[in-house]
Design a binder for this molecule. Structure first.
Ligand SMILES: *Cc1c(COP(=O)(O)O)cnc(C)c1O
Length: 403
């Protein structure tokens, strides 16, 4: 009998009861706007920012309306202007180049390696030739590059690093929490990320001026005194007249939902990794399939898993996708010519044309990607791996997948 999988790849866990109760309290109060407080009250958003800064081991945190809004705010706060080239990953999700384009700035794509990290040799070249003063580094799908080398390249070229930590909230590189290498880090609390408020995000930094500008940019109506994870008023005095309000605040309802989730983040990360390891073990040594080896000093969060079918023909990969789908296993492919669902490629973003990156194209064409929501059990994960292994094996044997 052939096994099929019946779990839902887009089904996250319910919001914890404690968070639901907190949300109901906020709704009963009617005070959903972050600056709407009564005498002696501290807003849920302000408390959340304080807790998030502590959790991420940084000085300052700002909660935003989305991850994309956090990124656009960070780009503005570090002084990106219309027309400026901004380096970013060729392998990332659409809101990343989109945030750059939202400022009228120009994404310049850096390639991806077989380890699914930014190509540091390519970065080193572009750091010299692209004329960019900022790198928006996306830790796409939680793969963290050699951050020591990346920072050395960027420091030498005086390039400011903004980290997109949408997939690395809670991850570490050589013991340092992801987000703490660059000048600013951005996070998303959209439903498919590590915390779930439907929509939402964070920006963190330990740079007082960047934070003051970010708070004003987010739309503080000069109520920055109500922030608990921001610098003192003297820093705001320097920037408040010259920084526009680009409304992108978080509200108290979402903050109330997030605070209890943040308290459990470490446990949730461990649960994701348990699932990741089961799938990874199940896929190892499958002929034709490349598992992504994770460096020992990368403490990642396995909320999704990727593997490569390197140099397989398009038809053979489509066959694997179809066979897996028929058995209930939803794989995303980054090789498709058309952007579908959440997957798109640098050449799909035609508002920001690029040179072809042949080495990256080879990798992108081979990437299969699978979500691992916490609603999946460890047994589910073993089933998923067995199905993928069997179907990849069948196609590999039948037609010889390459060519
Ligand atoms: C989700 C995501 C974002 C942006 O998040 P939104 O909250 O959806 O705006 C940015 N980068 C990556 C890699 C993401 O996956």
């Amino acid at each position: 009998m052939t096994e099929t999988f019946t779990g839902a790849f887009t089904q996250q866990e319910p919001i914890p009861e404690e968070a639901i109760e907190a949300a109901v309290r906020v709704m009963r109060s009617g005070r959903l706007h972050r600056y709407n407080v009564v005498e002696g009250e501290t807003a849920e958003v302000a408390l959340l920012e304080q807790e998030f800064a502590a959790a991420m081991e940084v000085d300052f945190a700002l909660a935003t309306a989305s991850g994309g809004a956090a990124i656009a705010t960070a780009l503005r706060a570090v002084g990106v202007n219309p027309g400026d080239p901004v380096l970013t990953n060729a392998f990332t999700l659409a809101p990343v180049p989109g945030a750059i384009a939202s400022l009228g700035a120009v994404p310049v794509y850096v390639g991806v390696t077989e380890a699914l990290v930014i190509d540091l040799d390519h970065l080193a070249d572009l750091a010299k030739t692209a004329g960019a003063r900022v790198l928006l580094l996306s830790h796409m799908r939680g793969h963290i590059c050699d951050m020591d080398r990346l920072m050395a390249i960027c420091d030498a070229a005086e390039i400011t690093v903004i980290e997109d930590c949408a997939h690395t909230m809670g991850a570490r590189w050589k013991g340092v929490l992801s987000g703490n290498h660059g000048r600013v880090a951005c996070y998303s609390t959209q439903t498919y990320k590590h915390l779930n408020s439907g929509e939402g995000g964070f920006l963190t930094t330990s740079d007082p001026e960047v934070m003051a500008r970010s708070v004003i940019l987010s739309g503080s109506y000069m109520l920055y005194g109500r922030h608990l994870a921001a610098p003192g008023p003297e820093v705001f005095e320097k920037v408040k007249y010259v920084t526009p309000n680009v409304s992108s605040r978080m509200d108290n309802l979402r903050a109330a939902i997030l605070r209890p989730q943040l308290a459990r983040l470490a446990d949730q990360c461990a649960r994701w990794n348990d699932r990741y390891r089961v799938v990874e073990d199940g896929l190892r040594d499958t002929p034709g399939l490349t598992v992504i080896d994770r460096p020992g000093h990368e403490a990642f969060v396995g909320s999704s898993i990727q593997f490569l079918l390197l140099d397989w023909s398009e038809a053979a990969i489509q066959d694997v996708l179809r066979r897996c789908a028929a058995r209930g296993v939803e794989l995303k492919w980054f090789g498709g010519a058309e952007p579908t669902g959440f997957t798109s490629r640098y050449d799909s973003w035609r508002y920001a044309p690029s040179e072809r990156l042949p080495a990256s194209d080879r990798v992108l064409k081979s990437i299969l990607d699978m979500r691992l929501p916490l609603t999946f059990t460890l047994d589910d994960c073993a089933t998923l791996a067995r199905i993928i292994r069997a179907e990849v094996g069948a196609v590999w044997q039948q037609k010889g997948a390459t060519g």
